[in-house]
Ligand binder design. Structure first.
Ligand SMILES: [Zn+2]
Length: 333
């Protein structure tokens, strides 16, 4: 199946009332884990790569690995998404490479650290939308900033999304999806206690959705950081501190109010690392990388498949009739 645009998938998710996990990849095993989970649950899927991932993998490797995924899983609709593009140049290079969706994160300046002003955000995002839509590619923007830092992205400051600004931002940029800041943060250490209404503003999602019913909302930093995954690391020599992520029920509440894309990275890292630590601790004489990469891949597949069921995307792959990008291009025009 050809890669499809984010817009097509999220429109379908909105019609079906479900959310779609966007899972980060850096190597072959992670791509395989996601594709196997998608096949197991018959899910359409968003595979995303950050700038750090593109550097680590090398663009050409990433391109061919994704081409292999599309070839080997013809029944699975796949969106290839640039996570946290820091500039129009990054987004344009992703589109040239074959990405079918890009995030222009203009909430931060090009350094990926300094909070940007509203006008800067509108200007760079609009520039990317004009370029992307002319090629049938979708665009996610971000308004407000999350806490935490991941892959070097983040200011460490939290600015919740302002609903009035969100309406103006969407009108002036023409984005397909909007990442909102509601108190979540990137990385494993999101909350030092179970998050309640004071740290996680789910009502903000409801308000933004009621004002922008046709804009797909995106939750970043939405790993749940389950205790068993952290415990599995610590049981085999890890030293992670107690931490809490975003409870699945909160994400599901978001999905009932317009959240269509849910970014998950940390949970996948935890699952792989726990599995690798277990093998290396229990069989210290082992030295074949396959002996720990295979269990790591299986552990990641398990978490991805579980999220696919929890977000509701499971069993929706067969409904999607892939639209070629030139058809999306005509729709955007
Ligand atoms: Zn993010």
């Amino acid at each position: 199946m050809p890669l499809i645009a984010l817009r097509q998938l999220l429109d379908s998710a909105a019609a079906g009332g479900y959310g779609v996990g966007a899972f980060n990849v850096n190597n072959m095993e992670q791509i395989q884990a996601i594709m196997e989970a998608a096949r197991e649950t018959q899910s359409p899927v968003i595979v995303q790569a950050s700038r750090g991932a593109r550097t680590y993998t090398n663009d050409r490797f990433l391109f061919h690995l994704m081409a292999a995924a599309a070839e080997l899983y013809p029944e699975i609709p796949v969106v290839l998404h640039q996570d946290h593009g820091n500039s129009p140049e990054t987004c344009i290079s992703a589109i040239e490479l074959g990405f079918t969706s890009v995030m222009m994160d203009g909430s931060l300046l090009e350094d990926g650290k300094t909070p940007a002003d509203f006008e800067h955000n509108v200007r760079v995002t609009r520039e990317v939308v004009d370029y992307a839509h002319a090629r049938g590619v979708s665009v996610e923007g971000e308004l407000g900033t999350l806490g935490g830092i991941e892959d070097g992205v983040g200011s460490g400051e939290v600015h919740l999304t302002d609903p009035d600004q969100a309406v103006e931002f969407v009108a002036r940029t023409g984005i397909d999806a909007l990442a909102v800041a509601i108190g979540t943060s990137h990385g494993a250490y999101k909350f030092s206690r179970p998050p309640d209404g004071e740290v996680l503003s789910m009502n903000l999602i409801e308000e933004i959705h009621s004002r922008l019913p046709d804009t797909h909302l995106v939750m970043h930093g939405s790993s749940s950081v389950p205790k068993d995954l952290v415990d599995a690391i610590n049981e085999y020599g890890g030293e992670m501190q107690p931490t809490w992520g975003v409870p699945i029920e909160e994400i599901q509440q978001g999905i009932r109010h317009g959240v269509r894309k849910i970014n998950v990275d940390t949970d996948l890292r935890l699952a792989m690392t726990g599995a690798i630590r277990k093998v290396l601790t229990e069989t210290p004489d082992e030295f074949d990388p396959r002996s720990y990469l295979k269990p790591a891949r299986e552990a990641m597949q398990g978490v991805v498949a579980e999220r696919m069921r929890q977000f509701g995307q499971a069993w929706h792959a067969p409904e999607l009739e892939p639209k070629p990008l030139r058809e999306m291009q005509a729709l955007y025009a």
